[in-house]
Structure formats: structure tokens, C-alpha cells
Design a protein around this ligand. Structure first.
Ligand SMILES: Nc1ncnc2c1ncn2[C@@H]1O[C@H](COP(=O)(O)OP(=O)(O)OP(=O)(O)O)[C@@H](O)[C@H]1O
Ligand SMILES: [Mg+2]
Length: 416
């Protein structure tokens, strides 16, 4: 079977995972590569050459490890250009037995997608939230039920055409066909949330380098998404500028080594040493001062994310609280700060988990090294790829649509 390839093109790094979907539904990761990337700003491509080079490097490393050629990739996308539309559509079941078939769901999905999008928008996902069968709401799978009227409520996710084209172009220039573009926080949600959390209501915050992506899941599906144009890189930059550190790389080191999202957790007498800008001499400052700067920016990020969630009107539905993931969630005390900002909601850190098929020690080691918040999107992309494969084992999306059109056409001609 063809391998699955996940490509998370982030503001700080490109991550490529190559995996096999086993017959029992388990995913076996056979290769991975991570390359630093400077071609994006706030999840948007600003330098095609640098982005292509980072993709090539990550894919090359993953491919050498896997020792299998790859041609297609599931690609993550995010940013301020992402928008959502709530839609409801209805079809009538006219067959004599009134039994709902898979084909009716395809017909309903097609109906939902009949929306006039502006020419600069592209449809990314049609996520069916629930079916309504003859007025009965909350049906997850109506196939096999009898009804005359079948409705569906869906969330359409759209992206800015040019932003998506630029991502596609980078992937193509790196030698891969973008097989599917997937909303990143939607993918991360598959990797770090439990099905129960997604059912009862949960907000996911993926704190990346350039953006913090928000996704609210409710009744098992995505209910809301938004993006805050701030992430861990803004924290590092504050540290760099406030303490006049010799280089951004040195500031990143200082943040990772001594950083904390809650200043009150750091003793007053601890000192941090670093190289100073210009003089290149060792300087020392109280660690408490450093963490105050970090906390201020992290608080701002959380407050902005919380304001977006509140505006969606879903705060009171978050029974499972908030889950923080992405590299930015690695800062100590991040969950604790979250508990302060998100009022009474429970907060935890989300680490991607994947049921790996442990064929040998290599696979087990590899799975452990990607079990970090920064890999949530890439692992989630694999899980979405696996779901797609299991739903449609032998066909690509185009083939399926084509088959559906042919069937519909034949039926038209059969009518008396
Ligand atoms: N151990 C750590 N402690 C503190 N911050 C960390 C740690 N590890 C990573 N980060 C921060 O996480 C951020 C990168 O996270 P991630 O890899 O999820 O971003 P990305 O996917 O490249 O970016 P984006 O999703 O915004 O496009 C950086 O700002 C980095 O400083
Ligand atoms: Mg990311």
C-alpha cells in the first residue's frame, strides 16, 4: 500500500512524517524529518525558496529513513485567512423503501457544497456536524434508517485562494503532490484530544511559533476555529529585545532554558546569564525579571484566544475545558497560567499519541521522539489520512466524485 506522508509547514520548522497504514488500522511511522524553516510569517508563505528548501530537507530526511519513495502529501494549512460558514441542507428520499443509503449522504454533501464562494476563496473542508432525519436531530449516521427528509448541519472551512496556492506551489516545487490540504488545528485536535473530549466540548489551542490556532470541538466535530497572530516567536523576540541579548538564537536558548509562563513560580534570588548584544559579554539578570516578560506575552496570547472563544458563544459548552499544544505549550507553568486566564475551565497540555505498530525497536523509538506538542499537527495529519483511507480504501477523491456523477447521470436517463 502507498505510504502516507504528513507535511506540517510551520513558521519555525517543517516536519515530515512517513507512515504505513496497517491492515488492522494501526499506523506505523517509518520515517521522519524536521528542518528549520524561515519562509513563513504567521503561517503565511513569505519566501518560497526558503520554504521549498526546508520542505525538501525534511522530506529527504524522512525518505532516507523510511527507504521508500513518496509522491503525495497531506499538508497542513492555517492563518488569519481561514474562515468558516455554517450550512444546513435538505434532500428528499424518493425511493419506495425510503431507506437512506451512502449515496444519499454524498448527494446531501454535494448540496451543502452548492454555495457561491467569492472567487478569492477555496473550500477546504465540509464537516458534517449532525444529521436530522425527519425532524429528529443529533443523528450521527443515518444510513439504513427510513425517512422522507434528510437534513444535515455542516461547517464549511474555507481558505484564501492565493495563500493556499502558495503552499501548494511550495510542496509541488519540493517534488510532492499535495493530496489534501487540512486545517492545522483540526489535525492537531485529532492527535491530542480524546473522542470523549471532542464529544462533550473542548477548546484546543495550538501555540506555534507565529500563530496560536484555536479550534473548538463539540458533539464530536469541529464547531469553531480562529487564529491569533501571536505565538512562541513573539515571546522569544520580547526576551531578545528587552534584555538586549546577542542574537535571536541566544534569546531562544535563554527562553527554553530558564523560561516560565508564571513569574510568581520563580524564586527572587535566581540569576540568568547570557551574552549581551554589542559587547558580547556575559550579563546576569534575575530570572524573575525574564519570566515577567514571558508571562506578559503569554497572558496576552491566552487573553486574545479566550476572547475569540467567547465571541463564538461556546464557552459554557466546554465541559472538557482547554487543551494546550504546539511547541509554545512546552514552557513550564503554561497550563497553570491558562487556568488563571480561562477562569474556571480545566486546562491540560496535549501530547500527540499514535497507536504505532511496533514492528521493531526502531519504530518504537521513533514514536517516542515525536510524542511532543510541536508534532501534534503532523501526527494529526496522519490520523486524518488514515481515516480517509479506511473510509475509501481504493479510491482518490476525484475518482469518488466522478463515480457519483456517472451514477447520477445514469439515473437521469433511466427516468421515464
Ligand atoms: N522547550 C520549549 N520551551 C519553550 N518554548 C518552546 C520549547 N520548544 C519549542 N518552543 C517554542 O515553540 C514554538 C514553535 O512551536 P511549533 O513547532 O509548534 O511551531 P510551528 O508549527 O513551526 O509554527 P506555526 O504553527 O505558528 O506555523 C517556538 O516559538 C519555540 O520557541
Ligand atoms: Mg504549527
Amino acid at each position: 500500500m502507498n505510504p502516507m506522508v504528513a507535511l506540517d509547514i510551520g513558521t519555525t520548522k517543517v516536519c515530515c512524517l512517513i507512515a504505513r497504514l496497517m491492515a488492522d488500522g494501526m499506523i506505523q511511522i517509518v520515517g521522519y524529518g524536521v528542518a528549520p524553516c524561515r519562509g513563513l510569517r504567521q503561517a503565511t508563505v513569505v519566501d518560497i525558496d526558503q520554504t521549498v528548501a526546508a520542505i525538501e530537507q525534511a522530506v529527504h530526511d524522512a525518505q532516507s529513513m523510511a527507504d521508500i519513495p513518496v509522491h503525495h502529501a497531506l499538508v497542513g494549512v492555517t492563518g488569519a485567512h481561514i474562515e468558516t460558514i455554517q450550512r444546513r441542507a435538505e434532500i428528499v428520499i424518493t425511493r419506495p423503501d425510503r431507506e437512506i443509503a451512502e449515496e444519499d449522504l454524498e448527494r446531501l454533501r454535494f448540496q451543502i457544497q452548492q454555495i457561491a464562494l467569492p472567487p478569492d476563496r477555496e473550500l477546504l473542508h465540509t464537516l458534517i456536524r449532525s444529521y436530522i432525519v425527519d425532524g429528529q436531530r443529533g443523528i450521527a449516521n443515518p444510513v439504513g434508517m427510513s425517512a422522507t427528509h434528510l437534513q444535515a448541519e455542516a461547517l464549511l472551512v474555507t481558505g484564501g485562494l492565493t495563500f493556499l496556492q502558495n503552499i501548494r506551489r511550495c510542496v509541488e516545487r519540493a517534488g510532492l503532490q499535495p493530496q489534501m490540504l487540512v486545517l492545522e488545528p483540526y489535525a492537531s485536535g485529532q492527535a491530542v484530544l480524546t473522542p470523549e473530549e471532542r464529544e462533550v466540548g473542548v477548546a484546543l489551542l495550538d501555540i506555534g511559533g507565529g500563530t496560536t490556532d484555536v479550534a473548538v470541538f463539540l458533539e464530536g466535530s469541529l464547531a469553531f476555529t480562529a487564529s491569533v497572530p501571536l505565538g512562541g516567536n513573539h515571546v522569544s523576540r520580547d526576551v531578545y529585545l528587552m534584555f538586549r541579548i546577542a542574537s535571536p538564537e541566544e534569546a531562544e536558548r535563554v527562553k527554553r532554558e530558564y523560561g516560565c509562563a508564571l513569574a510568581e513560580r520563580v524564586p527572587h534570588d535566581e540569576l540568568v546569564s547570557y551574552l549581551e548584544m554589542g559587547t558580547l559579554q556575559q550579563r546576569r539578570v534575575p530570572r524573575r525579571l525574564l519570566t515577567e516578560v514571558i508571562e506578559e506575552r503569554m497572558r496576552e496570547i491566552f487573553e486574545m484566544a479566550y476572547a475569540k472563544i467567547q465571541r463564538s458563544g461556546l464557552t459554557h459548552r466546554l465541559a472538557a475545558g482547554v487543551v494546550l499544544t504546539g511547541g509554545g505549550a512546552c514552557l513550564p507553568c503554561t497550563a497553570e497560567l491558562g487556568r488563571q486566564v480561562f477562569e474556571s475551565l480545566p486546562v491540560r497540555i496535549g501530547i500527540p499519541t499514535l497507536q504505532t505498530y511496533a514492528a521493531g525497536e526502531g519504530e518504537i523509538g521513533m514514536a517516542q521522539s515525536i510524542q511532543q506538542p510541536a508534532f501534534a499537527t503532523a501526527v494529526g495529519l496522519l490520523l486524518i489520512g488514515a481515516q480517509e483511507r479506511m473510509l475509501h480504501p481504493d479510491e482518490g477523491t476525484t475518482q469518488r466524485l466522478w463515480k457519483w456523477f456517472v451514477q447520477r447521470f445514469k439515473r437521469l436517463f433511466k427516468r421515464p
